[in-house]
Design a binder for this molecule. Structure first.
Ligand SMILES: Nc1nc2c(c(=O)[nH]1)N[C@H]1C(S)=C(S)[C@@H](COP(=O)(O)OP(=O)(O)OC[C@H]3O[C@@H](n4cnc5c(=O)[nH]c(N)nc54)[C@H](O)[C@@H]3O)O[C@H]1N2
Ligand SMILES: Nc1nc2c(c(=O)[nH]1)N[C@H]1C(S)=C(S)[C@@H](COP(=O)(O)OP(=O)(O)OC[C@H]3O[C@@H](n4cnc5c(=O)[nH]c(N)nc54)[C@H](O)[C@@H]3O)O[C@H]1N2
Ligand code: SF4
Ligand SMILES: [Mo]
Length: 874
């Protein structure tokens, strides 16, 4: 066994430290790094199961031109030549990079420098445009610079935490656990503002299920009420904050409790409870993410929150801050290097003196002098033929951009598409002329910045497989081949780090808070050994802001008009994440344990809507919008508001025939930030009938194309499970089974079909289909993939003395299902989450399922109480 390597988690912006101990060439034991300030040793379900994703299944291992493997030299020469030729013929703005918050800072820096300093265009945008560009725009409007004025320790010190548009329990689980610890230890109050009742609400004191898009009305209403109560911090305002003309007059009308309650569709009593809790707790952290940012008025929503904090002086103080929590592991690093089309570099914009300064520093021949195209506009320009060469790095836009059908049409038309990815076949690489194999997590070497501005090292602990290369290396090789050898003469990530850090300090007299100059003059060994550190200290503690006047700015924001439902599109579609999947599933999709939490893409529907549409749990239904349609499995949920449905963003063409959320949202964006309004799209829902349903289990990781209406794949130990449904003869599905010894039971009258294929004594494939009956639990059959001899009784789908169905997996660490938990609560009269932990182990490792356990406990107790009432009545 080799020594443990300290690195940082591959996934979310919490940025947890990991201690990775390689146990084989592509095997690793993962533990939380106790010395890391972000997590102090804790990891959520995704981090805990990172080890399941480091195999080579599906990896892109060689440069490819079309379907032909080529040498690196050939691929890089082609990329350089095509970009050079396109620029020569059509100018610098005819090419573009579309990059990602999943690049390391060093990768990002090199890509940004090549585009903005040498190609001479700012057409480099990033998936962070879809993620937190409204927060960036909001910070810049209020503070003069994109600085997040909070740290995780503020959550320990706050008396009130308000989560707005954030499903923290699923998306930032370690931060959520920290908030829950503060609740337990200090009685910190927690309020959740989200149209859906998510698991984040399980541990909250108050949940405000507001009408989507009404957050400005809510925040303005609160500020108007505070002003009326005399709770505005006049001294702080006078010393440090400018409010625009008419700001208070604007709030003085139309923001009373009744009007606000009506706009937000909330009970006025609930609203007042929120107001009073906010008023009573000066130490407030308001944490927000996509429910705020991903709106066509996202920037105004951000400023409505910041206004509250400025007006009450709740900023720059321990436990008091507006806190934009970031999604991707290096969303913040991307902002620091300036990798958005709307920023230049190192927290500088395109003001002439900045362009000159950065041009001097880079010794750049052709500086971009104006912002480039933002993601949605950029892909529109590709579709219109204005951009003729595109390089995509570490993102999957064919899935994740709004109106993805049109994005695909644009990619199809683009004369030259390069994709750098770690995975060979994604919905985006399908359009690539050139695919470049990038280094993946565990091989990459560089730095990332988390939500609280802490910079940490990602360190490699595995060798680069095949011909994979780090992203920075790929970009600098293209830069060199385009003729700028000396500007891209980096040998190691440390070379790039030093240059980036120097630029942040270059001619920075304090006007820019971001200044890493103190970390610039370090040697390679010191870079390797770099400990996590946070830049910026406690921003704004002295009440000074990086605006020309040194004062923060309130922004006058009004509630947008909320449309009444449209006749053809009567529902509102909201989209977001699942606890155990990451985005387009290229990596979490490889982990059998993570697949168990949600095995199919669900559309969550309020029971009243389901009744009207004749839908029940487990049906298939088509979600349509003016942009497109896709089919999902129905799940009834009283956590939805009536009229609103929710679908997950994770499923792609690679793993499912349905669940394609990306096809559905409108490509409408916020006017300041260009961030799309992913959370709210007019939609319709209709049942999809099928004549039969079934499942298919196949050994190995070669994906099968199952020819039927519904087929969705998840990884299981040793193979894959497909849930399937369709019309007509199901016999054609048999073509998906491998060749081998067949055991079969086919009942034509009842339309049932059970087939198992045995190869060399081991189970290689199973197909179960029924037209009328029920299907057995898949668990035992899946277990047989790993077992040795399989007997002739395999079609019974259960072994001797096999256990009852465990139900949907809740705790992935210990593989505990819903049915087991309900049974234990009932039989052992368990009263709280720790008691469930003692009885079953569930929730005692990573803790990600504790909110789910709390919910199951409450539901089981209610069901039991109802049964007792009924019993008593009889
Ligand atoms: N498990 C998991 N974790 C992740 C990720 C992942 O893919 N999987 N991705 C990471 C990334 S990149 C990101 S950006 C973050 C995202 O983290 P979050 O922002 O927490 O996640 P989402 O599920 O996108 O949306 C958050 C919530 O906003 C609510 N919402 C919708 N409309 C409104 C509204 O009008 N007002 C309010 N107040 N709320 C609204 C939704 O109902 C939803 O519950 O997660 C990060 N962490
Ligand atoms: N409807 C809807 N759409 C959304 C959202 C939503 O809430 N609703 N959320 C948006 C948000 S916030 C985000 S952040 C995006 C995320 O959307 P994407 O960025 O498209 O999603 P990922 O699956 O993370 O894509 C990352 C790609 O990079 C590859 N990759 C991983 N590591 C590396 C590496 O080191 N180098 C290279 N070159 N490639 C690598 C992966 O295999 C994968 O193909 O989705 C956005 N889209
Ligand atoms: S909260 Fe989970 S996914 Fe996010 S960084 Fe920590 S371990 Fe990784
Ligand atoms: Mo994101």
């Amino acid at each position: 066994m080799r020594e443990a390597v300290r690195t940082t988690c591959a996934y979310c912006g919490v940025g947890c430290g990991i201690s990775a101990t390689p146990t084989g060439a592509r095997e690793v034991t993962i533990r939380g790094d106790e010395a890391h300030p972000a997590n102090a040793g804790r990891l959520c379900s995704k981090g805990t199961h990172l080890g399941e994703t480091v195999g080579l299944s599906g990896r892109l291992l060689h440069p490819m031109i079309g379907d032909k493997r080529v040498r690196w030299d050939k691929a890089l020469d082609l990329v350089a030549k095509r970009f050079r030729d396109t620029i020569a013929r059509h100018g610098p703005d005819s090419v573009a990079f579309y990059v990602s918050g999943q690049l390391l800072t060093e990768d990002y820096y090199v890509a940004n420098k090549l585009m903005k300093g040498f190609i001479g265009s700012a057409n480099i945008d990033t998936n962070s445009r879809l993620c937190m560009s409204s927060a960036v725009a909001g910070h810049t409007r209020a503070f003069g610079e994109d600085v997040v004025p909070a740290g995780y320790e503020d959550l320990d010190k706050a008396d009130l935490v308000v989560l707005v548009g954030s499903n923290t329990a699923w998306c930032h689980p370690i931060v959520y656990q920290r908030i829950q610890a503060a609740r337990a230890e200090r009685g910190t109050k927690l309020i959740v503002i989200d149209p859906r009742r998510t698991e984040t609400c399980e541990g909250a004191d108050l949940h405000l299920p507001l009408r989507p898009g009404s957050d400005v009305a809510l925040m303005n209403g609160l500020l108007a009420w505070l002003a009326e109560q005399g709770m505005v911090d006049k001294a702080f305002m006078a010393a440090h904050v400018d409010a625009p003309e008419g700001f208070w007059e604007h709030l003085a009308t139309g923001h009373d409790v009744w009007t606000t309650a009506q706009t937000c569709d909330l009970d006025p009593a609930l609203l007042l409870q929120f107001y009073e809790m906010f008023a009573a707790n000066p130490r407030t952290v308001t944490m927000f993410s996509q429910g705020i940012n991903q709106s066509i008025r996202g920037t105004d929503q951000v400023n409505a929150i910041i206004n509250l904090h400025l007006a009450t002086g709740r900023i720059g103080q321990p436990g008091a801050a507006p806190f934009s929590i970031t999604g991707q592991p290096n969303a913040m690093g991307g902002r620091e290097v300036g990798g958005l089309a709307s920023t230049l570099a190192a927290h500088m914009d395109f003001a002439a003196e900045n362009v000159a300064r950065v041009g001097r520093f880079w010794a750049a021949p052709t500086m971009a002098t104006k912002p480039g195209l933002k993601a949605v506009d950029l892909f529109r320009a590709i579709g219109e033929g204005r951009i003729k060469a595109l390089w995509v790095m570490a993102t999957n836009p064919a899935v994740s951009l709004p109106d993805a059908g049109n994005v695909r049409a644009a990619l199809e038309k683009c004369p030259f598409v390069v994709v750098s990815d770690v995975i060979a076949n994604t919905d985006t690489t399908a359009y690539a002329h050139v695919r470049l194999p990038a280094a993946a997590w565990g091989e990459k070497d560089g730095t990332v910045t988390n939500s609280e501005r802490t910079i940490s090292r990602q360190r490699p602990f595995m060798a680069l497989p095949g011909e994979a290369k780090p992203d920075w290396w790929i970009v600098k090789e293209v830069g060199r081949r385009m003729g700028w050898g000396s500007a891209f003469a980096y040998d190691t990530p440390a070379d790039i780090w030093r240059e980036h850090a120097r630029l942040t300090g270059y001619q920075n007299d304090g006007a820019r808070v971001l200044n890493l100059a103190a970390h610039a003059a370090i040697g390679n060994l010191a870079y390797d050994a770099m400990e996590p550190f946070r830049w910026g200290g406690t921003p704004f503690a002295d009440g000074r802001f990086p605006t020309p006047s040194g004062r923060a700015r309130m922004v006058k924001v009004g509630q947008m008009d909320l449309q009444a439902p449209l006749a053809d599109w009567p529902l509102t579609l909201n989209t977001g994440r699942y606890r155990d999947q990451w985005h387009t599933m290229t990596r979490t999709g490889l982990a059998p344990k993570l697949a168990r939490h949600r095995e199919e893409p669900l559309v969550e529907v309020h029971p009243a809507d389901a009744l009207a549409l004749d839908l029940t749990d487990g049906d298939l239904a088509r979600v349509s919008t003016p942009q497109g349609n896709s089919t999902f499995r129905v799940q009834l949920s009283d956590g939805q508001r009536p009229g609103e449905i929710f679908t997950p963003i994770h499923w792609t063409d690679q793993i499912s025939t349905g669940g394609r959320t990306g096809l559905l949202p409108r490509p409408l964006v916020d006017p300041h930030s260009g961030q799309p309004g992913f959370k709210s799209t007019p939609a319709a829902l209709a049942k999809v009938e099928t004549e039969w349903k079934g499942f298919l289990i196949l050994r190995g990781d070669e994906p099968a194309r199952v020819p039927c209406l519904w087929a969705t794949r998840v990884a299981v130990p040793g193979g894959a499970l497909y849930e399937i449904a369709g019309n007509g003869d199901a016999a054609r599905i048999e073509a998906c089974l491998p060749k081998g010894e067949r055991i079969e039971a086919i009942d034509h009258t009842r339309g049932s079909r059970r087939i198992a294929v045995i190869v060399e004594g081991r189970l290689a494939g199973v197909l179960f289909v029924t037209r009328t009956g029920l299907l057995p639990s898949r668990d035992w059959l899946i277990g047989q993939l790993a077992a040795g001899d399989v007997g002739a009784t395999v079609l019974a789908a259960r072994g001797p003395g096999s256990q009852p169905d465990k139900g949907a997996t809740v705790c992935v660490c210990f593989d505990i299902g819903l049915n087991q938990i309900v049974a234990a609560i009932r039989e052992q009269a368990l009263v709280d989450v720790p008691a469930i932990g003692r009885a079953l182990g569930a929730g005692t490792n990573c803790g990600s399922c504790r909110p789910a356990l709390a919910k199951i406990l409450a539901q089981t107790n209610t069901a039991q109480a109802n049964e007792e009432v009924l019993d008593a009545a009889e």
